[in-house]
Design a protein around this ligand. Structure first.
Ligand SMILES: Nc1ncnc2c1ncn2[C@@H]1O[C@H](COP(=O)(O)OP(=O)(O)OP(=O)(O)O)[C@@H](O)[C@H]1O
Ligand SMILES: [Mg+2]
Length: 262
């Protein structure tokens, strides 16, 4: 059982505040979905949890199993079992996908790593994801289509076997069949590993495969509303405008209330 706790996290980049007192706690076995308008800080959140140091943590903290990991490196966090499937995975020339996957898995498994079982699992997972076997011999994401890159992130996840999985728009750019395959692979892995999943998506479709226990709406760098699957239907029907209005009304009411007490 693991817990990832984000506490009052305020994050800036080039003096622009992106996360504003953001808080969220997730446990093993839970699936959380975050939805929200473009540019609201969702990808930033995942990158900051993973330890991307281009962002400046002004205040707040990230705890993993109660231990403060706010200042750990990306590698240290990955080693703890945190994994990020990125919205826009980059291509890296010169390192083949197969070598990269072998390196990350053997680094994690240390003396328990065995090459032949690894190759067997790699082949089986490539089949499960309906990927082309030749792709593992190419450079990481080199010439991969948008959908192939997303599948490649899921391949990494299945081989690395993380305990906390962050998936940033893993559905964008996937055709209907690939979406089903990716959704089913994530769900199978989640059931088998009992990992925690933080899923960022704009669409209901992915959430039909990966059914969230909690749905959060993020706006202006923080969660403004949480609920269950009904919230997804509400957003699909109404967009974010009403939630935003409700929030600003709430703000006005609170200010009136505060003025009243003074
Ligand atoms: N490196 C950076 N330099 C400057 N601004 C940045 C940087 N990274 C993120 N931002 C800004 O932070 C804001 C939040 O970006 P982020 O990528 O987290 O949004 P998002 O919620 O993931 O949006 P989308 O739904 O479009 O993926 C945006 O206004 C973006 O331009
Ligand atoms: Mg994003």
């Amino acid at each position: 059982m693991h817990t990832l706790e984000i506490k009052d996290l305020t994050v800036t980049i080039e003096d622009k505040e992106i996360l504003s007192s953001f808080s969220l706690t997730m446990n093993s076995g839970e699936i959380h979905a975050i939805m929200g308008p473009n540019g609201t800080g969702k990808s930033t959140l995942t990158k900051v949890i993973m330890g991307d140091d281009s962002y400046h943590v002004v205040s707040g903290s990230i705890l993993y199993d109660g231990k403060d990991i706010t200042n750990l490196t990306v590698d240290e966090r990955a080693h703890l079992g945190i994994f990020l499937g990125m919205q826009s995975p980059v291509a890296i020339e010169g390192v083949s996908n197969a070598d990269f996957l072998r390196t990350i898995v053997s680094t994690k498994e240390k003396e328990n790593f065995k090459l032949f079982p690894f190759i067997k699992e790699l082949d089986a997972t490539i089949d499960k994801l309906s990927m082309d076997h030749d792709m593992v011999n190419r450079g990481i994401n080199q010439g991969f289509s948008g959908g192939e890159r997303k599948k490649s992130e899921i391949l990494q996840m299945e081989l690395l076997k993380p305990d906390m999985v962050l998936l940033d728009e893993i559905d964008s750019g996937l055709d209907v069949d690939s979406l089903k395959i990716v959704g089913e692979n994530v769900m199978d892995y989640q059931k088998e590993s009992h990992c925690g999943v933080l899923l960022i998506t704009h669409y209901r479709r992915l959430l039909e495969y990966i059914h969230p226990d909690f749905v959060h709406v993020m706006m202006n760098g923080r969660i403004v509303q949480s609920g269950d699957f009904q919230l997804v239907d509400y957003i699909e029907k109404n967009g974010y405008e009403k939630i935003e209005k409700k929030q600003s009304n709430l703000g006005t009411c609170m200010m009136k209330e505060m003025a009243h007490h003074e």
